[in-house]
Write a new protein. Structure first.
Length: 261
């Protein structure tokens, strides 16, 4: 839609807000990687998400720029890699791929000779995906996931991660963490407005603050025609260490200046 309905909000920052700083970081850490190849799944959602990403990434400086979508549900990526990725001569691969498919694509890319950098932005948690790819994912870069013993998480996040892991045997994803903030945001809107009426809550939302799970105060941020996000926070950028079987945070993705904290 061109303009969001008045009673909606988003619990995640937008595609460009996390992907762009990650792509820029990865490219600048590897200055020879100026030949770009991007991919996503060829359905309505994939076209929208990758279309937004492609528009933003094109604004960066590339020697060559190429993209090709694949059929959703693909399990054999050999024809895609040998038919499109390798002939492109790219040394920078951005996968806006779904969980499951991303690991298989990484594995096939390395198996058939791709030597460049791999970036995969996902809010669903990257470690299981990288474990699917195994050694092929070593050094791949992910946004929106944490090294839970790393430097970019606060005390509450650490406590939540321990409790979550004890119950589910894994660590919380960005989607879970943003959902926690969304519930806190709604609670703050009810308390400030003194009502559960949708219009009253909507009108109160620009003025609310709450204790964010990410640390500090959460605040709804309006961005263009988008109604906003639960909190403007720094997204972690992580690199997969195959030998240690873990994600290692190497930087933070800083949202654009247009976001209002």
């Amino acid at each position: 839609v061109d303009k969001a309905p008045p009673y909606t909000f988003r619990i995640l920052m937008g595609t460009q807000d996390g992907y762009m700083p990650t792509v820029t970081y990865a490219r600048d850490q590897n200055p020879s990687n100026r030949k770009y190849f991007g991919t996503s799944y060829n359905d309505a959602t994939g076209k929208i998400v990758y279309g937004q990403t492609e528009q933003a990434v094109k604004a960066l400086s590339w020697e060559t720029f190429e993209s090709k979508l694949y059929e959703p549900g693909t399990t054999d990526f050999a024809p895609f890699v040998t038919g499109y990725l390798i002939p492109s001569g790219a040394n920078f691969l951005l996968m806006v791929s779904r969980t499951g498919e991303a690991g298989l694509l990484m594995k096939a890319a390395r198996q058939y000779g791709y030597k460049g950098i791999i970036v995969w932005p996902s809010a669903a948690g990257g470690l299981p995906e990288f474990q699917i790819a195994g050694q092929a994912a070593d050094g791949a870069i992910l946004t929106q996931d944490w090294d839970w013993n790393g430097p970019y998480i606060g005390d509450e996040m650490k406590k939540l991660a321990v409790e979550y892991n004890a119950q589910y045997g894994s660590y919380p994803t960005m989607l879970f963490l943003n959902a926690v903030d969304a519930v806190r945001m709604i609670k703050a809107a009810v308390e400030l407005s003194g009502s559960t009426d949708a219009t009253a809550m909507r009108d109160a939302m620009p003025r609310i603050e709450w204790d964010s799970v990410f640390g500090g105060k959460g605040k709804l941020a309006a961005v263009g025609d988008r109604p906003g996000a639960t909190v403007v926070h720094l997204m972690p950028i992580a690199k997969y260490d195959y030998a240690a079987n873990k994600l290692v945070n190497v930087a933070q993705a800083i949202p654009p200046d247009k976001w209002t904290k």
